[in-house]
Design a protein around this ligand. Structure first.
Ligand code: FAD
Length: 395
């Protein structure tokens, strides 16, 4: 069946309307939202961008990112689940997985039978994943992995995680390159620990975890791309992840705008609605500019990603998709932070309370300037794209 963009938008809307009251309660009680997966399954959103051959809907990037923007209005925590499961979970399997791996994981992911996550970061390797210490050795037809992954979205609820490690021989040979694998979490030697919601600055309703791998086994067919290609897989996946974060932030801005307008038209001070005060209108105008500029960048980046995927192997299209995703992510995450801050200001004292949406957006969206490439790393990337690669400030 051909992909139906209008149906996806309709199903996403229905999901968002059902998830909102559940998210409100879970947020107030500072606990993970158990309704995200069942409701996403009910509305057939767990395989939005997975190819129909593997049980998904086969959404193009523009439609998929519009859906993520709509979901982003319901909060960064809800959208982060989808990014972990699809943009950085299913995407690398679909792009670099063996046929056996695609058949094993993608239909199950689309059905919600397998939840996915992406584990690149380690306690001592964040902005520079090349400093990771996870290792693997090959034993017959299996890889044996040892190491620790840290701050992983969905890491405590995932059935399978995309993980990265170096061959153990790297200890003696620094030229050995990292590889990427799909790791089943339900096995001996896999130990996970989720962050307590109260230990997190925002997103108390989502799962963030660390996990240890002690001699965990990965079958040969779960290698992504070829051995030594792990860094390429990681960077390619981050293009998809960054766009998903940018799209989610567009949704945050849209919700902040809607909340700010509704409140400013209702609240009266100095004898009139605060929406009639010029300095309040300045905030509204700036949130609207955050919205239109972010939307333009997200759509431009998603269209370029569609073009690059239609002509896989074209290095110039891949380079442009990479840099446009970085620009969209950098801009939209900062714009969302600004929009949430302005919405808090318009709400006055109530804005400071997490009983209202602006404060929740403000705390939740802050992480978007950190994960999937910090502000600083993205600025350096954008600078080198115009200065020339030889000027790259980090190697
Ligand atoms: C809620 C949450 C969810 C996450 N989800 C995932 C996930 O699903 N999968 C995953 O793999 N990771 C995930 N992460 C990890 C995230 O990607 C990292 O935190 C991020 O990449 C930064 O790494 P770090 O925390 O080690 O900071 P560091 O790399 O130690 O950076 C600290 C500071 O130094 C700056 N810095 C570092 N190097 C340079 C440089 N060369 N030039 C200028 N400044 C520099 C950084 O920009 C930052 O400001 C998540 C993090 C959080 C908080």
């Amino acid at each position: 069946m051909p992909f139906d963009a209008a149906q996806l938008a309709q199903d996403t809307e229905a999901f968002c309307q059902e998830i909102r009251p559940e998210e409100e309660v879970c947020y107030a009680e500072r606990r993970p939202n158990p309704h995200v997966v069942p409701l996403a399954k009910k509305h057939n959103l767990l395989g939005m961008n997975i190819h129909p051959d593997y049980g998904g809907r086969g959404a193009d990037n523009v439609s998929y990112f519009r859906a993520l923007a709509r979901i982003g209005r319901e909060g960064t925590a809800v959208r982060t689940f989808f990014s972990g499961h699809l943009s950085i979970g299913a995407y690398p399997i679909q792009t670099w997985g063996s046929e056996a791996a695609k058949k094993k994981y993608l239909p199950a992911a689309a059905q919600g039978e397998k939840i996915l996550a992406f584990g690149l970061t380690e306690p001592d390797a964040g902005s520079n994943p090349r400093e990771m210490t996870t290792t693997y050795t090959k034993k017959g037809d299996r890889y044996i992995l040892n190491g620790v992954k840290y701050l992983i979205s969905n890491g405590g609820i995932a059935d399978a995680v995309i993980v990265f490690g170096y061959p153990a021989e790297r200890l003696h040979d620094p030229n050995k390159r990292m590889s990427a694998f799909i790791l089943d979490t339900h096995q001996k030697g896999f130990e996970k620990e989720s962050f307590a919601p109260e230990a997190k600055m925002g997103m108390p309703t989502s799962n963030t975890a660390m996990f240890e791998m002690h001699d965990c086994e990965v079958p040969e067919e779960n290698l992504l791309a070829t051995e030594g290609e792990g860094f390429r897989v990681a960077m390619g996946t981050l293009v998809s992840g960054r766009l998903s974060v940018a799209a989610g932030c567009l949704g945050v801005i849209e919700d902040c705008l809607a909340e700010a307008i509704a409140y400013a038209k209702l609240r009266r001070q100095h004898g009139k609605e605060i929406a009639r005060h010029q300095l309040v209108q300045e905030h509204i105008a700036m949130i609207e500019m955050d919205r239109v500029a972010s939307e333009a960048l997200v759509v431009r980046a998603a269209e370029m990603k569609d073009r690059a995927e239609a002509k896989r192997g074209d290095p110039e299209l891949a380079r442009q998709a990479d840099i446009l995703a970085a620009q969209a992510k950098f801009f939209a995450t900062n714009a969302a932070w600004d929009a949430a801050d302005r919405a808090v200001q318009i709400f006055g004292g109530k804005g400071w309370s997490t009983l209202y949406r602006p404060a929740r957006h403000l705390m939740d969206v802050r992480v978007c300037r950190i994960y999937e490439g910090t502000d600083e790393i993205l600025k350096l990337k954008i600078a080198s794209s115009v200065l020339g690669k030889e000027w790259e400030a980090f190697k």
